[in-house]
Ligand binder design. Structure first.
Ligand SMILES: [Zn+2]
Length: 363
């Protein structure tokens, strides 16, 4: 392929002032000695962070917590203010970002009391926690977390400036009032509900076609495991494979590279009519769009170049629940040692295959 230039800080590879500003903000916050050393997030993670359906001020607050720019007492003391460093809520431990937003006892109760039902582990740092949240790749989860953070900060300020008591039930109610506009259960039309059910479960391919589910599991060090499972119209397994490790620039790029890998593998297995299936909406959109100016599209272009090796090929989208088999192969790629299983799969996969078959109606 010919070389091309892309602006790495934007999802589409095209420079705009907003992404330039965000890029500089991150650079400043990284180099500023007074801020905490926030780990860098991938382009896809920032995209998820800023495009979540939370209120802008919740996202901004979450971002300020991420870069260490929220004036908790520990930070204020480090800047030379002579104040009590103890947590405004419990009065026992030092008010650091990790303590105030996660570890303080009443705050833990708050997290658990929300619809998220999160149990905060003892030693967890805010950065590790937020990293896990972003790994869900679920906009609504990210939005809910950003909103809880905002509700905690509001309640903490009421304690400090208005003498209120911090009650976790009140914070949870406040969270619920802020979260309402993007509650998936509220305000969705019946159509959207139907479409959701439609793409949630794995479905069998039509007779004569192979369905190959693909997935990539990318960890925080940007090391990805790839997985794929091929099945026929009966739901019987034709092949399963995994590949580990591949270094990727972003999770979406990992998904695209797993498609390229699966396409090559499908030709080696002699599959001529293949329906590939991904749970990455971004990859599916890029496939439909076909042309674009980002590094993602160079991989898509490579995949399209392989199309002449097939009689039929397409890429469909299914929600994560319907892609469990490929997800299993990708997540366990490091221990499955790059074996291609023909007409069977590794132990542990059978249960997933069975539940997919039972849940799918022949089409
Ligand atoms: Zn506390």
């Amino acid at each position: 392929m010919e070389d091309a230039l892309f602006w790495a800080a934007a999802q589409d590879g095209i420079y705009c002032a907003k992404s330039g500003y965000q890029f500089l903000q991150e650079k400043v916050s990284r180099s500023s000695p007074s801020s905490s050393s926030a780990p860098t997030l991938s382009e896809a993670q920032w995209c998820l962070f800023w495009k979540s359906p939370a209120f802008p001020r919740c996202k901004q607050l979450a971002w300020r917590v991420w870069v260490g720019a929220v004036p908790v007492r520990h930070s204020l003391r480090r800047r030379g203010l002579d104040i009590d460093p103890c947590c405004a809520i419990c009065g026992v431990e030092e008010e650091t970002l990790d303590h105030l937003f996660l570890r303080c006892e009443v705050v833990r109760a708050t997290w658990f009391g929300t619809e998220l039902g999160v149990r905060i582990d003892d030693g967890v740092s805010f950065h590790a926690f937020m990293g896990q949240v972003l790994q869900t790749r679920d906009k609504e989860v990210v939005a809910a977390v950003q909103t809880v953070l905002c509700a905690i900060w509001e309640a903490r300020n009421k304690v400090v400036f208005e003498g209120y008591e911090f009650r976790w039930r009140n914070v949870v109610s406040r969270f619920q009032s802020l979260v309402c506009p993007f509650d998936p259960g509220a305000g969705t039309t019946r159509d959207a509900g139907d479409r959701r059910a439609h793409t949630t479960r794995w479905r069998r391919p039509p007779r004569g076609r192979v369905k190959m589910n693909i997935d990539a599991a990318t960890n925080q060090s940007k090391i990805a495991g790839f997985g794929c499972v091929a099945r026929d119209y009966n739901g019987d397994i034709l092949a399963a494979a995994s590949l580990f490790p591949t270094v990727v620039l972003s999770a979406t790029l990992g998904e695209a590279l797993s498609l390229r890998w699966a396409m090559v593998l499908a030709t080696q297995l002699g599959f001529r009519r293949v329906q590939f299936e991904t749970d990455s909406l971004l990859l599916h959109r890029a496939w439909k769009k076909r042309r674009g100016s980002s590094i993602l599209f160079t991989v898509i272009a490579y995949c399209f170049n392989l199309m002449h090796l097939f009689d039929y090929v397409d890429l469909s989208f299914v929600r994560r629940e319907g892609n469990s088999a490929a997800d299993f192969m990708a997540r366990n790629a490091s221990s499955l040692s790059n074996v291609v299983w023909v007409e069977e799969g590794p132990p542990g996969l059978t249960a997933i295959l069975n539940s997919d078959v039972l849940a799918s109606v022949p089409s």
